[in-house]
Write a protein that binds this ligand. Structure first.
Ligand code: T1G
Length: 695
């Protein structure tokens, strides 16, 4: 039974039961319609409640049904029947009411929710728009501006906000079913009029709403650059304002039917499921108990250490920071204070929240002060000797079941673990810069890392609001190693004839938030220099190496922090400006390397940068360092801001066609040499007509 029917006196309750999230699959739509008709036909029933079993109301349409032929009844029709009901219908919402779920609630005449209810129309995030009357009903209920904002951002609102906006009529505590019945009794006793949103005018429709529409268009083209669905939902809201309800709904349905099979929507659906898949590690059973995570410590108060400490404080977890000198510690704490001040200034948090978070961050006087920490994250200098020394000390100081993690971005976790007598408790937790902002947590599993420690890292990612992706050990791990192939080619392209801003523009226009040279300036040319030194010992003598970035380093051009790097920056500005001085350095470097510069087209720039990452990704996959191609994609989405509507580099390669990608890789192999040795996996898939991500 996907929708259970029950009567209590004069009140019928329809309870949707489609675990895990009550998605509106065909059986649920049927069950809802049948339940409604039964309640309407029953003379003793005077009011109807719609609710969800379990911890959620409804998470929306069943995304897995998209792309298959639609099956009746259509949701929009079921909702129209609910709205037309002569008996009052009340939505009782716990957990999420998203997409079609909120649309069902908007078709009901009253809505109540628990304090943990979350309501939203997130369709734009999967490349579509609300298609069951939400576009038309929400502005009628709460006005044009808030409705537009909710639909364009796709972000849900919590119960309190939903009440304030007028989406919820009441917030109730205690047993929801009983509260809903009590609410229904009141509606009946007070003879409250039934409100059918579809028949109401839109408040403000005769006002100057076109400005609001234009403002949202601008915002969406900045925040979701290149993505179609936010613009489409804005078009449909404009229709909802100008056209009669039924006509507007019909037009919205026409648009959603175009969007569902579009490349962007497919990529976004892929990204949705890829993200959920990433949480699953085949040999770690779903029920594996994580270790406790009540208190944390961070070693190092540099940019990364400070950012990581903020992640804990933001999640309400007390954290201590240990630094080698009091001065460095004070500097780190000052940086944290400044970042929280900025958040207050921008209105992201209140002053009280800042105090609360700062209050969760404490200084540790020495290793002895770390004895009670459940997890310690080392974010010290990227040098093996330093790391081993820290871990030996942690081994001596920390309690038995503490998780000892390193935030290294490329060093061998197994070697670090070997500095302790408890390698099973050691793991890599690679945060991305800025740590308190970027959502990726690359979880690096050493050969001795315990399953419960991996499970703890996954639980930690969730607690910190991050997306944790598990991988194995190799130099640079999955994210930076595959991205490193891209930056390597970007640097070679500059040596061969392109300029940094030309390469950056191509990748920016592709949809990346910044090009690799702008990123290098942000991260620090000195940081890149140190990473390259870490490869010196293993780099083959005959291997091509671009020395140009080293020349910038020698000139003290460390990037944004010195106002000069691959670009120059006006004081106080982060806008990268091409710099003739850099061009001179580049030209000289090309000459020194004996390279005759040539004109390089945009297609070659894109193919060199992205095919390199894809080919490296294929090698990483084949080595088993990444569990699946989609994990690599998730890392690029959350670690590097790869445009989500392109799915990720591996998915993107599939859409280009692996035959074409492989041809390109072979051509670059002939022209460029060993770096481009095709990954055997890529060759096999290309030759067999396969793909990285299908199936
Ligand atoms: N359809 C199918 N499966 C879904 C689903 C959905 N809408 N939502 C979640 N799942 C699966 C998910 O794949 C996972 O499966 C399990 O449920 C638990 O999810 C007509 C066109 C609801 C906030 O976009 O945002 O309505 O991995 O791990 O962290 O206009 O899932 O266990 O096999 O994410 O607690 C609009 C998408 C649809 C909501 C729960 N709705 N879902 O988060 O668990 S379009 C959405 C979410 C629409 C109408 C239209 C989240 C969640 P498995 P989870 P969670």
């Amino acid at each position: 039974m996907t929708v259970a029917y029950a009567e209590h006196g004069s009140i019928a309750t329809l309870t949707l039961d489609n675990p895990p999230v009550n998605a509106l699959s065909v059986a649920v739509r049927q069950g809802l319609r049948d339940g409604l008709r039964r309640a309407l036909a029953e003379p003793t029933v005077a009011a109807i409640i719609v609710m969800g079993k379990g911890r959620n109301f409804i998470a929306g349409a069943d995304i897995r049904e998209f792309g298959r032929p639609p099956q009746p009844p259509r949701l929009v029709e079921v909702i129209a029947e609910i709205e037309a009901s002569a008996k009052p219908v009340i939505a009782a919402i716990d957990g999420v009411a998203l997409g079609g779920g909120l649309e069902v609630a908007l078709g009901c005449h009253f809505r109540i929710g628990t304090p943990r209810a979350q309501l939203g129309l997130p369709e734009v995030k999967i490349g579509i728009i609300p298609g069951a009357g939400g576009v038309e009903r929400l502005p009628r209920l709460i006005g044009i501006e808030p409705a537009l904002k909710m639909m364009v951002s796709g972000d849900p609102v919590r119960a309190a906000k939903a009440k304030e906006l007028g989406i919820l009529d009441a917030i109730v505590e205690g047993d929801l079913a009983a509260e809903a019945r009590a609410f229904a009794e009141r509606v009946l006793a007070e003879k409250r009029p039934i409100r059918r949103l579809g028949q109401m005018p839109i408040p403000g429709a005769d006002g100057d709403w076109r400005q609001l529409i234009e403002a949202q268009r601008k915002l969406a083209s900045k925040q979701n650059r290149g993505q179609i669905s936010p613009q489409k939902v804005i078009d449909c809201v404009a229709n909802a304002i100008t056209l009669p309800f039924d006509q507007a709904v019909a037009e919205t349905i026409r648009v959603i039917n175009e969007l569902i099979p579009s490349e962007q929507a497919k990529a976004l659906r892929y990204a949705f499921f890829a993200e959920r898949e990433a949480g699953k590690v085949p040999d770690i059973e779903a029920g594996t108990a994580p270790r406790p995570l009540r208190g944390a410590a961070v070693i190092g108060a540099g940019t990364m250490g400070a950012g990581i400490a903020m992640c804990f404080a933001d999640a309400g977890i007390p954290v201590r920071i240990l630094e080698s000198s009091a001065e460095a510690l004070e500097k780190g704490l000052a940086r944290i204070g400044k970042l929280y001040d900025e958040m207050v200034q921008k209105g992201r948090i209140g002053a009280a929240e800042r105090e609360k978070r700062l209050g969760l961050i404490a200084k540790a006087a020495g290793y002895e002060a770390l004895g009670e920490a459940d997890i310690v994250i080392e974010a010290a200098f990227e040098e093996m000797a330093v790391k081993r020394d820290v871990f030996a000390k942690l081994d001596a100081a920390c309690k038995r079941d503490a998780v000892l993690a390193s935030n290294t971005s490329y060093l061998d976790i197994n070697e670090i673990a070997a500095a302790t007598r408890r390698p099973e408790s050691v793991i890599g937790l690679h945060f991305f810069s800025p740590a308190n902002v970027m959502k990726l947590l690359e979880i690096v599993r050493g050969k001795a890392t315990g399953k419960d420690v991996v499970a703890t890292a996954q639980a930690l990612a969730k607690m910190l609001g991050k997306v944790g992706v598990v991988c194995g050990v190799c130099h640079g791990f999955v994210a930076n190693r595959s991205r490193g192939a891209m930056t390597r080619e970007a640097n070679f392209l500059v040596d061969e004839g392109a300029l940094p801003h030309e390469v950056d523009r191509v990748l920016y226009e592709f949809g990346m938030p910044m090009g690799p040279f702008a990123v290098a300036d942000l991260a620090g040319i000195d940081v890149g220099w140190r990473v390259r030194r870490s490869f010196d010992a293993t780099r083959r003598k005959d291997e091509r190496y671009s020395p140009t970035a080293d020349r910038l380093y020698e000139l003290g051009r460390y990037g944004q922090k010195t106002g000069k790097g691959w670009y120059r920056y006006e004081p106080g500005s982060r806008t990268p400006l091409p710099d003739p001085e850099v061009e001179a350095v580049i030209l000289k470097s090309s000459k020194d390397q004996g390279i005759t510069r040539r004109a390089i087209g945009e297609d070659e720039i894109l193919a060199r940068c992205l095919y390199a990452a894809v080919n490296e990704g294929a090698k990483i996959l084949e080595e088993g360092v990444a569990l699946r191609a989609s994990d690599i994609d998730v890392m690029w989405l959350y670690g590097f801001g790869f445009p989500r509507w392109r799915g990720g580099p591996m998915y993107w390669a599939d859409t280009v066609g692996l035959g074409k990608v492989y041809d390109g890789v072979q051509r670059f192999h002939r022209e460029q040499g060993t770096f481009w040795t095709p990954a055997p996996l890529l060759r096999r898939l290309a030759e067999s007509g396969g793909s990285f991500t299908a199936g």
